[in-house]
Write a protein that binds this ligand. Structure first.
Ligand SMILES: [Fe+2]
Ligand SMILES: [Fe+2]
Length: 210
């Protein structure tokens, strides 16, 4: 029988919490499936592993946000939309997990914290109206797409696998922000956007390291 390390156990906890909400992957295949892994230097491998740990943590948070939005949605159409997007985010989560495994790394030990915090944030931002929730979501997706672009720039030239995964994720996040916009998102105030950026930066800094 496999012996689980403490970190494995924490990752399993996140999966267990997610299973309660029964968000299924949309079933799209891993974008880098047919791409051969290139020989990365030790430093490059470490860098990409750290970057992918950040992206994995971001996708854990995305699961939380969408779950929170779905729980607090005022209409059934809004709930349905949130759950559909959550299943695409589940693909991202699984792709990041796969890439981390391929690189021999591990997920952030703070994943349970990101998950629970984001569920709360999702509920809180849906509190007043569905349009406010969509505004929060649109801004989140814009910031995530920008963040993924910054990671694409930092990738080693020859890491084609990570590149294709992040490109696909970025295209999905842009689609999510457009969907939120077209569904009547109410623009959120600038100070809130700044707070969102600030809290996301804390999560990125922490999960890059541990
Ligand atoms: Fe995502
Ligand atoms: Fe997204």
């Amino acid at each position: 029988m496999r012996n689980y390390s403490d970190i494995d156990k924490l990752i399993i906890k996140v999966d267990e919490i997610l299973n309660i909400f029964n968000i299924k992957s949309s079933g799209r295949p891993y974008p880098a499936k047919k791409i051969e892994d290139s020989e990365l230097s030790k430093e490059d491998k470490k860098l990409v592993t750290n970057l992918m740990r950040v992206n994995h943590a971001g996708e854990v948070a995305a699961q939380g946000l969408y779950i929170g939005h779905a729980l607090a949605a005022k209409s059934s159409s809004q709930r349905k939309m949130m759950l559909e997007m959550a299943s695409e985010e589940k693909d991202h989560l699984l792709w990041c997990e796969k890439r981390i495994n391929e690189l021999g790394g591990r997920a952030s030990v703070f994943d349970p914290v990101w998950l629970v915090g984001s569920i709360g944030l999702g509920i809180l931002s849906s509190f007043t109206s569905d349009r406010n929730a969509l505004g929060f979501l649109e801004e989140t997706e814009i910031q995530v797409a920008e963040h993924l672009q910054s990671h694409l720039k930092r990738l080693p030239e020859n890491d084609k696998k990570t590149k294709i995964v992040l490109e696909k994720m970025k295209a999905d996040e842009e689609k999510h922000s457009n969907t939120a916009h077209q569904s009547g998102a109410q623009e959120i105030p600038k100070p809130i956007k700044k707070i969102m950026e600030y809290t996301a930066n804390i999560m990125k800094e922490v999960s890059f390291r541990i």
